[in-house]
Design a protein around this ligand. Structure first.
Ligand SMILES: [Zn+2]
Length: 175
C-alpha cells in the first residue's frame, strides 16, 4: 500500500504496470488478461524506477527495501508491495487494489514481450502455421515483435479454467 488514494485515480485512463524480477509469473498472467505489464528478467532498481516514473507505471514489487526509496515514500510512484508467495494470492492482491483492470482472457497482449497482438485473417496465415492447425482453427493472432502466430486450442481452454480458479469466479468443481 502507499499513500496515493486509489479512488482518486481516473480508471478511464490506461493503467499499466512494471513488475520486479521476482514477479515474472504474475507479469505473464496479468498480460494474459490483456494488461500492460513491463517485465525484465534482469533490471537494476534504478532502471525500474526510471521506467515507472517516465511511463507512469505502477510498480509491482516484493522488495521491501526498494520501496524505501524516496520515489515511493514521497508518493511520486504508485506501487503494490506484493506480500504473497503464491501466484493466485498475488493476482488477487493486485485485483483487490485495482478493481478496474482487465480480467478477461482475450489474448490481446503477448505474454512473452507485452506487445499488442493482432488478429490475422485465416487465409493470410496459410503456409505460415502447421497444416493441421490451419485446418482445425479459425482464429489466428500474431505478435509483430516476437514474429509468432498463436491460435486457440486446448492450451487456451486450460488458461481460461486456471483464470477462473485464480479469480474464484467458479467453484473448483467446474474446473
Ligand atoms: Zn511477443
Amino acid at each position: 500500500m502507499n499513500n496515493i488514494n486509489k479512488d482518486d485515480i481516473n480508471y478511464s485512463k490506461h493503467i499499466s504496470f512494471i513488475a520486479d524480477v521476482m514477479l515474472g509469473s504474475l507479469a505473464k498472467w496479468l498480460r494474459l488478461f490483456g494488461n500492460d505489464v513491463k517485465y525484465f528478467r534482469y533490471i537494476q532498481d534504478k532502471d525500474l524506477v526510471d521506467f515507472a516514473s517516465k511511463e507512469k507505471r505502477i510498480v509491482l514489487t516484493r522488495d521491501t527495501r526498494m520501496i524505501l526509496r524516496k520515489e515511493f515514500q514521497r508518493g511520486w510512484i504508485d506501487y503494490v508491495l506484493i506480500n504473497h508467495n503464491c501466484l493466485p494470492d498475488q493476482i488477487r492482491q493486485v485485483y483487490s487494489e485495482y478493481k478496474e483492470i482487465k480480467k478477461a482472457v482475450k489474448f490481446t497482449r503477448c505474454t512473452v514481450c507485452n506487445s499488442i497482438l493482432i488478429d490475422k485473417p485465416k487465409e493470410s496465415v496459410k503456409g505460415k502455421v502447421p497444416e493441421y492447425v490451419y485446418d482445425t482453427q479459425d482464429r489466428f493472432i500474431y505478435c509483430c515483435n516476437c514474429q509468432k502466430f498463436f491460435w486457440p486450442g486446448t492450451h487456451w481452454e486450460k488458461i481460461i479454467k486456471t483464470r477462473n480458479f485464480l479469480l474464484k469466479e467458479k467453484s473448483m468443481s467446474a474446473i
